[in-house]
Design a protein around this ligand. Sequence first.
Ligand code: UT7
Length: 332
Amino acid sequence: MSLARPIAYLAGVGASAPEGRLTNADLERTLDTNDEWIVERTGIRERRIARRDEPLLEYTLRAARQAMERAGVTAEQIDGIIFATVTPDRRLPSAACDLQSALGAKKAWAFDLVAACPGWVYAISAAEGMMAAGLGDTILVVGAEKLSTITDFSDRSTAILFGDGAGAGILRRGAEGSDRGVLATYLGADGDLAELLYIPAGGSAEPLTPEIVQEKRHLMRMAGREVFKAAVLAMSRSTDEALRRAGLPPGSIDLLIPHQANLRIIEATAKHAGIPMEKVMVNLDQYGNTSSASIPLAVAQAEAEGRLKPGMIVMLVAFGAGFTWGSVVIRW
Ligand code: UT7
């Protein structure tokens, strides 16, 4: 069954990241790597890294409050909170419940969503569906990570990539007859490929032990080259599919806001879609890969730079661990 869209639009987006910076020059001091290799192979120049005692909630709150302010929404008006993350401050209760309490969003339902890098794309889709089901008109959609807690800083193939950050959006029910908002969504997953990007232990199957920590099996492992190829393929297909679902012809994207994992993946996705790089939002040089925070951080920056104008067709597209992927087309 399909729904008459648009149902929902992004009324405000906010972003925040820890102050701490880790540059390529910093990494050169501890790893067998160099700035030239990192910039050429990934496009990343620095990342934000939270202090050990700086909880995810701290910078997520700043992002959420900014999104609310820009949307003109108070905590009392929020009907629900979806918090996409793979690095919650604690396992129980959800990060969404901690955020609900910190905001004083008393009437909001709240839950976490685990979909790795496409987390925010999944969360927008979930929020839109819940809105269609009558579960609210104003939903806070968060993508935030403290990836530094699951990164192996002795592994040069992953340590150079990841960073911390938070993004948030207020998804609101649109006015009757408005053509602004989410036009189409597309989501996919392939759990057969889970072990190309995963954390081997520390979950319920193999609870944390000193040995696991010693062997660093509680940290992320990635088969970079395989993930790279799968990312290009899935992001290209996701872009095509969301456009098709929106009934829009190829070439109608005004701004592509892709997951910020690797500049070469972004360039390949843009090339496949026939989009010149001037119409692509890139900020991974400043943040690296922040998983579910990556797209909202980029959306907030695009807005701050005046790159988002009413009526524009905006494509969000992401790929990550699972594997998972997804895309959202929005008329801004
Ligand atoms: O969020 C979604 C999930 N993540 C991604 O989308 C990431 C996808 N993958 C990638 O971005 C890339 O595969 C990487 C950036 C991780 C690696 O780039 P690559 O061009 O695929 O390099 P590679 O793994 O094929 O390695 C090429 C060489 C190897 O040396 P040899 O075997 O050719 O001698 C590596 O050992 O580069 C070496 N290498 C490095 N050299 C300097 C790997 N990492 C580094 C490093 N500095 N940090």
